[in-house]
Design a protein around this ligand. Structure first.
Ligand SMILES: Cc1cc2nc3c(=O)[nH]c(=O)nc-3n(C[C@H](O)[C@H](O)[C@H](O)COP(=O)(O)OP(=O)(O)OC[C@H]3O[C@@H](n4cnc5c(N)ncnc54)[C@H](O)[C@@H]3O)c2cc1C
Ligand SMILES: *[C@@H]1O[C@H](CO)[C@@H](O)[C@H](O)[C@H]1NC(C)=O
Length: 417
């Protein structure tokens, strides 16, 4: 692998690469990781984030497989380890709160329903920002209103009225990427999964203990309650609906909708709905996957959710953002020609993304069945899975699957040659 990578790299191009400037749109997960590695490879990164401050809301996200290797190479493994949420596992509960099945963190080799790196999105984003900010120009409260690829550079006009030239522009601006819309004006590549989700923080209650608790109510409704490491509890509601466009409503109407949808759901839902009305970090999204034939056009490309959102159902979104940003930075670092850099980035990332986006057949049905019978069936299925022998078998299967997913090139070695 490495010999293939170093063959196309030439020393002469390395020196002329140093002055290149790259605009990264979005300071979520992919943006700061990309900025960090670009600087390491001698490219000058500028990050523009639409919100006035770092956007640190969100639930727990997990980092799996090759994503953990990127975390190590970025030098943030120990700070992240200090902030992991330390849940003991996930319990499936019935309407009375009784445990139907339980999965410990260590089951499935730390790669199961609850991975062993589970961290609040806000804490992760903050760590990645801190690790990259010394060598990155961060601009908050602004965004590109137009992106003009002039062939030999890209001219970006910002909402503030500023106009600047960059060698490359990378959209790291999430599932609803504006960069993607400016670049590919054709129809939206978001494939909706007919499911909505809402995240928010509620006060901790004794019953929250140290386990995540997952409850399925009939009609495809799910309530997930997770104690965090800050003395509060993260609530997560999902429901199935083929009705389109709820994500466009204003937050008050979305809260009202959730009140209606979950009114008779049972379990601790009344408490969650009460917390919903008082929460100040409410986030609502239509669950979907972004699928594109090509992530790049000219001097502009996409990374993370903007290019290939896998949805929370896959549990791979944050991992793809880490791995995608790492590979993209490395390819930009070692190719003077951006066409070649973007081509290699797609070639290395595409199979990994395709695999991550492949949802286990019927997994949506398993995660939130439509009927009580479905729920009973699912819980029965999962209590079978929770038996130690089955767990051991599945651990083996998931381990071998993760190992073969992607090979991370070592760009430090390649660039030092
Ligand atoms: C507020 C929020 C909460 C989330 N909560 C969860 C969660 O609880 N669980 C989960 O699994 N996933 C969650 N996600 C998604 C998760 O962060 C991503 O799936 C994954 O980490 C990939 O990250 P990303 O950097 O590609 O995109 P994101 O993390 O979505 O980051 C995109 C960034 O770009 C910024 N941005 C958007 N448009 C523009 C623009 N036009 N110009 C400049 N900046 C722009 C956004 O403000 C954001 O900071 C959340 C995303 C957001 C934005
Ligand atoms: C950034 O710079 C400050 C001040 O020089 C320093 O204390 C800090 O350790 C640096 N951060 C990183 C991640 O290098």
């Amino acid at each position: 692998m490495l010999s293939v990578l170093s063959r196309s790299f030439s020393r002469s191009s390395k020196n002329s690469l140093g002055n290149r400037s790259v605009l990264i749109v979005g300071a979520g997960v992919a943006g700061p990781v990309l900025a960090y590695f670009l600087h390491r490879y001698g490219v000058h990164p500028v990050v523009v984030e639409r919100t006035p401050q770092l956007r640190t809301t969100g639930q727990t996200v997990d980092v799996r497989g090759a994503g953990r290797e990127v975390v190590r190479r970025m030098g943030v493994n120990s700070v992240i380890r200090e902030k992991i949420t330390r849940e003991d596992g996930l319990a499936l509960v019935d309407s009375a709160g009784r445990t139907q099945a339980a999965f410990g963190v260590k089951d499935f080799g730390g790669q199961g329903f609850i991975a062993d790196i589970e961290i609040l999105r806000g804490e992760l984003v903050n760590i990645l920002y801190e690790q990259s900010r010394n060598h990155t120009q961060y601009i908050f409260g602004d965004h590109p209103s137009s992106i003009n690829d002039q062939g030999d550079h890209v001219q970006v006009t910002f909402a503030s009225g500023n106009i600047r030239d960059f060698d490359l522009v990378i959209g790291a601006d999430g599932i609803r990427s504006k960069t993607r819309r400016l670049l590919f004006s054709d129809k939206s590549p978001i494939h909706y999964l007919n499911m909505y989700t809402a995240y928010f923080t509620i006060p901790y209650s004794q019953s929250d203990g140290t386990w995540a608790r997952w409850y399925n109510a009939p009609k495809g409704r799910t309530v997930l309650i997770r104690p965090d490491n800050q003395g509060t509890t993260r609530a997560f509601l999902t429901f199935r609906s083929s009705q389109r466009g709820y994500e466009e409503l204003d937050p008050d109407m979305q809260k009202e909708l959730l009140q209606k949808v979950f009114a008779d759901a049972g379990f601790e839902t009344p408490r969650v709905l009460n917390g919903l009305m008082n929460s100040n970090d409410f986030y609502f999204e239509a669950i979907g996957q972004v699928k594109m034939d090509q992530w790049s056009r000219g001097r502009v490309t996409l990374v993370g959710d903007a290019g290939y959102c896998a949805s929370p159902v896959s549990g791979m979104g944050t991992t793809l953002a880490f791995v995608g940003a790492y590979i993209l930075a490395g390819e930009i670092g070692r190719h003077h020609d951006h066409t070649e850099a973007f081509r290699q980035y797609e070639a290395l990332m595409r199979p990994y993304v395709t695999k991550a986006q492949k949802l286990i057949p019927g997994s949506i049905h398993v995660a939130s069945p439509q009927t009580s019978t479905g729920i009973a069936f699912r819980n029965a299925l999962l209590s079978f899975v929770a038996r130690p022998a089955v767990t051991r078998l599945l651990t083996k299967l998931t381990e071998s699957k993760t190992a073969e997913k992607v090979t991370l090139p070592d760009y430090e070695i390649v660039l030092a040659q």
